[in-house]
Write a protein that binds this ligand. Structure first.
Ligand code: TXA
Ligand code: MG
Length: 324
């Protein structure tokens, strides 16, 4: 792997794109200090230029280079959760190009918890700007093969670090405007954050900054997807089958009956296991030729919040409303 890392570093230094694994999802990386390289990310993803990117760092100590007026809360959260699935929004330093932040005065920073990502970052010895390595609005990749399928030839190199262990994107906490606020839920929950800070984070205000992951529609399969409570699920399956549709179901219980045209995924009953499999399952069902994906709504507890958030956005992006 040392040779692969050396090749990846050389490509990044030359202003090219390198996709790499993190513990959450695969990222599409460029030298964060090189605006021309960063511009290639937006072109490859077909992402609007005003959606800011996260800068990945090798170590928490590097935040002083990339942010200014850093509050104590940032150091506390970094100490508690980095490397890990947490992104901090801070006021940006002069080093951060406009291309990375979409012109905003803040920057998202994170130290990922994946050995290959950390090796790449420390060998590169700089910040790597990286969004999830999918086409804009689509399902984030959690394996190297998914990255190839999403982006094909547009990426110079994909470092293969196996399947991502968390499986959904990092929790984003805004510390740039006073009271901490969660802009995107993830594996690190509000309770985890309040345990460290001693105060519960808010949910961001009306004036919260732009977060593309917070667009109503995102993470979306091409197949229509609906999220339904346990009691509405089976009647909806029967109605769709009766109408001659091919139906794929993701539920936390096993298939109650066999039927032609019915594909059933019994998903893990714990939130972490569910998140780990979620995107690969959506991708597989999207490619299976189903006409409709029906998903049993998760519980409304805090540990399921990030999964529920991704499912709602997937439903909207697929052109269907969720009904729970
Ligand atoms: O887990 C993750 O966060 C993955 C891995 C690759 O690190 N990255 C990821 O990047 O999900 P992306 O670009 O797909 O989503 C990052 C989110 C976007 O919704 C973006 O708008 C938001 O972070 N973001 C980045 N910088 C921001 C800023 N300065 N203020 C507010 N939101 C920001
Ligand atoms: Mg993304």
């Amino acid at each position: 792997m040392a040779a692969e890392i050396a090749r990846a570093v050389a490509l990044l230094r030359a202003g090219e794109l390198v996709a790499f694994p993190t513990e959450t999802v695969y990222g599409l990386g460029a030298d964060a200090a090189n605006p021309q390289a960063v511009a290639k990310i937006f072109a490859a993803k077909e992402r609007p230029a005003n959606h800011p990117l996260i800068v990945h760092l090798a170590a928490a100590a590097d935040i002083d280079d990339w942010a200014r007026e850093i509050p104590d809360a940032a150091y506390k959260l970094a100490t508690a959760f980095w490397p890990g699935p947490l992104t901090l929004i801070l006021k940006r330093s002069a080093k951060v190009p406009d291309a990375v932040t979409g012109g905003q005065d803040t920057v998202g920073l994170r130290v990922p918890d994946h050995p290959l990502a950390l090796e790449l970052l420390s060998e590169f010895n700089g910040g790597i700007a990286a969004p999830s390595a999918n086409r804009h609005g689509r399902i984030s990749p959690t394996t190297a093969a998914h990255v190839h399928r999403e982006l094909g030839e547009t990426v110079s190199m994909v470092l293969d670090g196996g399947p991502c262990q968390v499986g959904i994107e990092s929790t984003i906490v805004d510390l740039s405007r006073g009271a901490p606020a969660i802009l995107r839920p993830g594996a690190i929950t509000a309770a985890d954050i309040s345990r460290v800070l001693g105060v519960a984070p808010g949910e961001g205000g009306k004036d919260k900054p732009r977060v593309s992951g917070s667009l109503a529609s995102h993470y979306a399969p091409e197949t229509r997807l609906r999220v339904l409570g346990r009691h509405s699920l089976l009647p909806a399956v029967q109605t769709a089958l009766a109408a001659g549709q091919r139906v794929a179901v993701i539920a936390r219980f096993s298939r109650p009956w066999d039927a032609t045209g019915l594909d059933w995924v019994a998903a893990p009953e714990d939130a972490k296991g569910y998140a780990f499999e979620l995107y690969a399952t959506l991708r597989m069902l999207d490619e299976s030729g189903a006409d409709l994906i029906l998903v049993e709504a998760p519980q409304s507890t805090e540990e399921w919040q990030a999964v529920a958030d991704r499912l709602q956005r997937a439903a909207r992006g697929s052109g269907a409303e969720d009904e729970t």
